[in-house]
Every structure is written in structure tokens, then in C-alpha cells.
Design a protein around this ligand. Structure first.
Ligand SMILES: Nc1ncnc2c1ncn2[C@@H]1O[C@H](COP(=O)(O)OP(=O)(O)OP(=O)(O)O)[C@@H](O)[C@H]1O
Length: 295
């Protein structure tokens, strides 16, 4: 299980790094094997920063990250168990090499003693697992493959690591057409059946709720609400979650921004990073959080 406990990220910004931006502020949740957790929030809410901290691509300013109780140390052994797939698959492939060269890199780093024939069989198996035909995709250059095919090859690469436990999938469907998107989401569902934990990062509510057992709603780097997906969206308690649900564009209905909240029954919750437990597996922050913190 991957556990985040009050994880915080502060960036130095401004001229001569004279000011700071808190992109992620005391965020706590976990991703267990065999479950999909959706991390949902608008642009700039801190989703990718969280994903990058989990993958060791940016440092953690505060709080702790643990995998099965052990502090996360982003090194070779960690990446055998935790991998990421990102929004733009094209940027992950070198255009002058055949796309399946990414598999050779995994072999060199993690499976140097596997024979060429065995490795070929493993690669073909992983490619079939992501619902691609090896004969159609292996040996091709990135420009000869679609975004969806490249995205699946990246997932296949992660599957070649014996012992993969957690996959961080950051906006992996946002460049795909509607039918390919559902295919890739269903693939994440298959990975869950195989015992993987998936953190699915998205700004798209409809996709986020499609598969996930648990949902974390992030706003301005803080958790507004989290818990079982059915509870968070069946009984949304934070005005931001309600606003997200109401924000689906409808023909003939004018868009209105979120109403300011006069008072909040959960006043105080979230001010120290701990949320109010409204019901089992359903947590919510105060809707007037800055005021709770005296800001
Ligand atoms: N390297 C950085 N230096 C300074 N500020 C940063 C840096 N990376 C991110 N931020 C800031 O942190 C906040 C969160 O950014 P992040 O990319 O995590 O949001 P996001 O929810 O993933 O947004 P999007 O959906 O648009 O990708 C933003 O205010 C962003 O400007």
C-alpha cells in the first residue's frame, strides 16, 4: 500500500526565488493494491505535483510517503514496484528509434540475464495484456503508431517489471478519442483485477468516476473531500464537489460559477490537514478553510 501522510510541496517562485507557492498542502490518502483511486481537481490544483512526488520526480517538502510501511526512496528497487504513465505518450519515445526500444531499456536495467528469446516472449505477452497485437506494433517507429497504441506500450513496459504494485496514471486519457479513452480506462480496470493499485489523475469528472473505488477531490493543493466514490458523488458534502458535479455543460443552460459559502457545518475541519469524517469512508474539509486557518 502506498500511503501519503500530510504530504506538502512548496516551490520557490518569483524573482530570485523570493516567494513561495504551496502546490500541495498536507494531503493524506492511500492507494492499496487491487484498487483504483481517482485524484480529481481543476487545473493548478496540485494533481501532477502529487504524482511527481510519488514518482520521485520532484522532492517532498513536508509529510511522508511510504510504500508498505517503508519510507519511499526513489531508486531502482522502488521503480520496480511503482511506475508512472503520463499524458503525452509521444514525448516518452525517441522518434529515431523503434517504439519497442523502450522494452530493451527495461531488460538492460532489470532483467539483464533473461535470454533474448525469453524476453521476446515476455514482451509479446505484455503487449497482448494491453490488448495490442505484437505483429501490428512491434518494430514500428513512434510516428507509425497512434497515441492510444503508444500509451498502451508504456503501460506494457510497466507490466514487464516483476513486482509492479502501483501505477500512477497522470491524465493518460486526455489526448485520446472517446472510444480509445474507454478502452484505456477498461485496461486500468484489468490491471486492478491483476492486483495492481492505480492512481488515476484526471480533471475529468465523468472519467474519474468510471472505475474508481475511491476518489480524492483536490482544490488549491488541499483535499476538499475524499472517500468511497459512491459516497463522495452520491452525497457530495463540500460545495466544490457539488460544483464539479453541476459543471457538466448542458445545452441551453448558462454556466454559473460556484456560489460563495456563508457558513460551513464542517467549520474547523481540514485546518490542520485532518478532515471531518462525515460517515465511514467519507471525509470532508471546511468550505471556508482559509478562514479556519485565520487567513
Ligand atoms: N516547478 C514549479 N515551480 C513553481 N510552481 C510550480 C511548479 N510546478 C507546479 N507549480 C505550481 O503548482 C501548482 C499546481 O500545479 P500542478 O501542475 O500540480 O497542477 P495540476 O492540478 O496538475 O494542473 P493541470 O491539470 O493543469 O496539469 C500550480 O499553481 C503551479 O503553477
Amino acid at each position: 500500500m502506498l500511503t501519503l501522510d500530510r504530504v506538502t510541496k512548496t516551490f520557490r517562485t518569483g524573482t530570485f526565488s523570493g516567494s513561495t507557492t504551496t502546490a500541495v498542502d498536507r494531503v493524506s490518502f492511500s492507494v492499496d493494491r487491487g484498487e483504483v483511486v481517482t485524484l480529481l481537481g481543476e487545473s493548478g490544483s496540485g494533481k501532477s505535483t502529487l504524482g511527481r512526488m510519488i514518482l520521485g520526480l520532484t522532492s517532498v517538502s513536508g509529510g511522508s510517503l511510504t510504500l508498505n510501511g517503508e519510507p519511499v526512496r526513489p531508486a531502482k528497487e522502488y521503480y520496480r514496484r511503482v511506475q508512472g504513465v503520463f499524458q503525452d505518450p509521444f514525448s516518452c519515445f525517441n522518434p529515431v528509434f523503434k517504439a519497442d526500444r523502450i522494452f530493451a531499456l527495461v531488460k538492460d536495467a532489470y532483467h539483464p540475464r533473461v535470454s533474448a528469446a525469453d524476453w521476446r516472449a515476455r514482451v509479446e505477452g505484455a503487449v497482448r495484456d494491453v490488448r495490442l497485437d505484437p505483429a501490428q506494433v512491434l518494430g514500428k517507429y513512434p510516428h507509425q503508431l497512434s497515441g492510444g497504441q503508444l500509451q498502451r506500450l508504456l503501460i506494457a513496459r510497466a507490466l514487464l517489471l516483476d513486482g509492479l504494485e502501483i501505477l500512477v496514471a497522470d491524465e493518460i486519457t486526455s489526448m485520446l478519442d472517446a472510444s480509445t479513452r474507454i478502452d484505456v480506462l477498461n485496461l486500468l480496470g484489468d490491471l486492478r483485477e491483476r492486483g495492481l493499485g492505480v492512481l488515476y489523475i484526471t480533471h475529468d469528472l465523468s472519467l474519474g468516476t468510471y472505475l474508481a473505488e475511491s476518489t480524492v477531490v483536490l482544490r488549491n493543493g488541499r483535499i476538499a473531500e475524499r472517500g468511497a466514490t459512491g459516497k463522495v458523488f452520491g452525497n457530495p458534502l463540500h460545495p466544490y464537489t457539488r460544483h464539479l458535479l453541476a459543471a457538466v455543460p448542458r445545452l441551453g443552460v448558462d454556466w454559473v460559477d460556484a456560489e460563495p459559502v456563508e457558513s460551513c457545518v464542517f467549520h474547523g475541519a481540514g485546518a490542520d490537514g485532518d478532515l471531518y469524517e462525515a460517515e465511514p469512508d467519507h471525509f470532508v474539509a471546511c468550505a471556508r478553510l482559509p478562514e479556519c486557518e485565520g487567513r
